[in-house]
Design a protein around this ligand. Sequence first.
Ligand SMILES: CC(=O)SCCNC(=O)CCNC(=O)[C@H](O)C(C)(C)COP(=O)(O)OP(=O)(O)OC[C@H]1O[C@@H](n2cnc3c(N)ncnc32)[C@H](O)[C@@H]1OP(=O)(O)O
Ligand SMILES: CC(C)C(=O)C(=O)O
Ligand SMILES: [Mg+2]
Length: 518
Amino acid sequence: MSSNRIYFFDTTLRDGEQSPGVSLNIKEKLEIARQLTRLGVDVIEAGFPIASPGDFAAVQAIAREIRGATIAALARANQLDIDRAWEAIREAEEPRIHTFIATSDIHLQYKLQKSREEVLAQAVEAVKYACRYTPNVEFSAEDAFRSDIDYLAQVVTAVIDAGAKVVNIPDTVGYATPEEFGAFIRELREKVPNRDQAIFSVHCHNDLGLAVANSLAAILAGAQQVECTINGIGERAGNAALEEIVMALYTRRSIFQKEFRIVTEEIYRTSRLVSALTGMKVQPNKAVVGKNAFAHESGIHQDGVLKNRATYEIMNPELIGLHKNTIVLGKHSGRHAFRDRLQQLGYQLEGEQLEQAFQRFKELADRKGEISDEDLLVIVEGEILRVPETYTLEYFHISSGSAVVPTATVVLTRAGERLEEAACGDGPVDAIYKAIDKLTGNTGCLVHYALNAVTGGKDALGEVTVRLKDEKGKIFVGRGLSTDVLEASARAYVDALNKLEYERALGLVNGEQVRESV
Ligand SMILES: CC(=O)SCCNC(=O)CCNC(=O)[C@H](O)C(C)(C)COP(=O)(O)OP(=O)(O)OC[C@H]1O[C@@H](n2cnc3c(N)ncnc32)[C@H](O)[C@@H]1OP(=O)(O)O
Ligand SMILES: CC(C)C(=O)C(=O)O
Ligand SMILES: [Mg+2]
């Protein structure tokens, strides 16, 4: 292990999925895991297998397929959780059991209702138990930063003696400031006599907007692994954003002098994929991957950039995989140019998938003229991530206006059968959704609806994201795209329903049996 090497532990699929309103199905998790592998993360935390049959099945599918990254599964400090975690990851090339328990007095007193001695013993027991399955065991001291440092050092020393190869020091509630956190990690390391037998890791939350700064401070203080998520998604205000840590280490390498194996050119694509699948939009001014991160609006800046990009750009956008193109794609373009551009964007679509995406591209080009990379990415993501369709939207008609009750007629097909219904609603979208509910017997409720323009201009591609909650509280995210926002709305709703049907078919909804195939 090189002392200069920083290990990237990506927890998008576990802590990231704990973002309120996010719920990924197996197909989506696998797609993200594949992309994380291309990105070059060292560890993929695939989930928390005891949490649900769906989480277990997704972790297992990732462990079975993904090669080239360690696959970690989370477990509380008890045997049942650890057994379940191991069962899910045992077929991974490099499985890791990640067990945790809180060490702060506030968590001990109110949440765990245990003494320090009891928690210390439970942590050691859990690590020893996990080591019976694999030597690759990580221990996290939840709420470490708010823990008494001497007690924390005692726990960390004991779990390393018990076999933990990685000890993770989270700032679970995002309370630390960078100076404090760096000093905390430095002091903790000094207080742990067997520190050289384990990798020290940090896991920072963003409640005060300091997760990345704290992670970087920890790196300067000796942390060798950082836990982070794509786009910084995660519980509450999220986790440290992987792309920001990576680009800080790269851009300011004279300060950090660290090596890592992240392929920076995959950053933009990964960010887009995670945003598309989770339905969590990236804010335009977000560092590194925001829409405006490389845009220059004001004259003085534009003048400077035209004379020399370095006047206002500290990173080359190509470094994160953003390319400017000279070939214009439109309705006269053919499959070669289309496939070539997709390849530049990092997608290798073949056969049926390529053909479907090409047809979608042509339909759009007919309505819109020039097709941007943003439009293309949206089309391709839609193709790759499409679940088998139970329902297909064939047609809808809307009667609406300022003085009439909006009424929608919708036609869907299900296994070749044509289904038609009409309904009134509070607005045209509501009318469409009520008609679809009648057709499908849907009893879930819509908990989120967002409309977004993918690109600028009046012919912009509208992207609708919906979240549908079923009777048991499970969330299904649906996306729909069209230059017509009502069509995009209808497509998004049908997409969410297809995902619900897909999970039902796999037996993963409402605690039903898990089937083997994915
Ligand atoms: C900081 C983090 O991000 S930790 C990870 C958080 N992620 C999640 O919680 C998402 C998945 N969680 C779940 O699906 C559920 O909470 C489950 C399946 C894990 C547990 O569900 P339930 O058995 O119903 O318990 P519930 O969540 O209500 O309470 C948690 C229990 O675990 C205990 N617990 C919490 N952390 C730990 C730990 N690290 N080790 C052992 N026990 C723990 C709590 O004290 C509580 O125990 P109690 O029931 O004896 O009071
Ligand atoms: C489970 C642990 C690592 C965690 O997510 C936290 O403490 O924030
Ligand atoms: Mg966390």
